[in-house]
Design a protein around this ligand. Structure first.
Ligand SMILES: [Zn+2]
Ligand SMILES: [Zn+2]
Length: 182
């Protein structure tokens, strides 16, 4: 373990007995739970290097300024594991639920897999790095979603300006919801 990871209070442990141990939806290797600064993420360490985030966990590490995400960028993986990224994958937490593939943002660069049932996200190796590069801050992301909202529905519906305005935040939230189904 590097000093860098130690500094981030990185621990690496299997789940407690009794708790459901999940398998990687991509390569079926057992997932390992790692904890970085209080955030628990299930990773395919020694397998394909993918990551599973439960609902709202990903939002804690998806921007560059969120330092705990740095420890998750490069999960040790096996070069022997070949994965077919074009295949749809099942949610590792829910039974028989196929993850929905959609773009992470209106920039349409990175596609990720989201569970329509539990709201968790599966990221393949390298995708967290790309996501973190896309927006430096929450403000930048909100502005991008606002722009996309205006493009979709016209300026009449776009609420621009002060992002601290609760109405503007509502517009951003709505766009995010709608975006998944565009
Ligand atoms: Zn895997
Ligand atoms: Zn699920």
């Amino acid at each position: 373990m590097s000093c860098f990871l130690k500094a981030l209070n990185y621990t690496d442990e299997k789940k407690d007995e009794g708790e459901k141990v999940m398998d990687c939806p991509r390569c079926y290797h057992g997932l390992t739970t790692i904890t970085v600064e209080g955030l628990e993420v299930d990773v395919c360490k020694g397998g394909c290097g993918g990551l599973w985030f439960d609902h709202f966990e990903l939002q804690q590490v998806d921007e560059q300024h969120e330092t705990k995400g740095e420890a998750l960028i490069d999960i040790a993986r096996s070069l022997q594991v070949a994965v077919d990224l074009s295949k749809r994958v099942y949610c590792p937490r829910c039974d028989e639920m196929i993850l929905k593939r959609h773009f992470w943002s209106p920039r349409r660069k990175i596609e990720i897999d989201e569970c329509p049932s539990c709201g968790g996200y599966w990221l393949d190796a390298g995708e967290l790095y790309l996501i973190r590069k896309e927006f430096a801050t929450q403000k930048e992301r909100d502005e991008e979603f606002e722009r996309a909202f205006a493009e979709l529905f016209g300026d009449d519906f776009a609420i621009r300006g002060n992002l601290n305005d609760p109405t503007a935040n509502k517009a951003g939230f709505l766009t995010r919801l709608l975006w998944r189904n565009v």
